[in-house]
Design a protein around this ligand. Structure first.
Ligand code: SF4
Ligand code: SF4
Length: 208
């Protein structure tokens, strides 16, 4: 793993009702968030089949890490539930049981950028995330308290379907573009990756 943080469940008060950790584990105390950095050269190919496969491989790695961490926590005597790193598995509402991005922000890993992605100061949006909800009373990190996007609007400018506007993501426009890519590239996953690629945070050259 490249990054890890721990969020206190008390900070999830503002989360949507159907995305609270206690819905899954009633005696949850903390949420561990783990991140793996995507390979730079692969991100530069996005959108591509290579990016889609890499995305899937990194998700599998994250799911394995989350499983082993949860097993370890269980052996220590606490309940732990890994939340998969896959694409949103609530296909109808396009969301997961909790939001990894919000959990990562609450775990001090980074901020939610104008692209709606989690941006870490070091890796930008070039990280995939997984979460483990646990009853273990771990020492939490402080939530990430800043938004470092500033005047940048590069993701908005480069989004091919104008899905990013005024720091909001039009999910429907984004997903319909990804469905088009799915057909054009002949892939199973819903991916695009342009807003990941163009963000100056995490880019070695910091150029677009
Ligand atoms: S994933 Fe692609 S379509 Fe969706 S917001 Fe990012 S750049 Fe736009
Ligand atoms: S491209 Fe710029 S505005 Fe968009 S998320 Fe990255 S820093 Fe923020």
């Amino acid at each position: 793993m490249d990054i890890i943080g721990i969020a206190d469940v008390k900070h999830f008060k503002a989360a949507p009702e159907d995305q609270k950790p206690e819905n899954i584990l009633p005696n949850a105390n903390t949420v561990i968030v783990v991140g793996i950095k995507l390979l730079d050269a692969v991100v530069e190919t996005a959108p591509s089949r290579e990016y889609a496969i890499h995305y899937m491989v990194v998700n599998e790695e994250l799911n394995r890490i989350a499983y082993h961490l949860a097993r370890h926590i269980e052996k220590m005597g606490y309940e732990a539930v890994p939340i998969p790193a896959s694409s949103p598995y609530d296909e109808r509402n396009l969301k997961g049981s909790i939001s990894h991005r919000h959990a990562a922000m609450l775990a001090g890993i980074g901020w939610i950028g104008k692209s709606s992605l989690l941006i870490s100061p070091e890796y930008g949006p070039r990280i995939r995330l997984v979460s483990i909800i646990t009853a273990a009373p771990l020492t939490p990190n402080e939530p990430f308290g800043q938004n470092l996007c500033g005047d940048c609007n590069i993701c908005e400018k480069y989004c091919p379907t104008n899905a990013i506007k005024d720091s909001n993501l039009n999910k429907t426009a984004c997903v319909s573009y990804m469905r088009k890519l799915q057909k054009d590239l002949g892939i199973n996953d819903l991916i695009c990756g342009i807003c990941v690629k163009v963000c100056p945070y995490g880019r070695k050259t910091r150029k677009t």
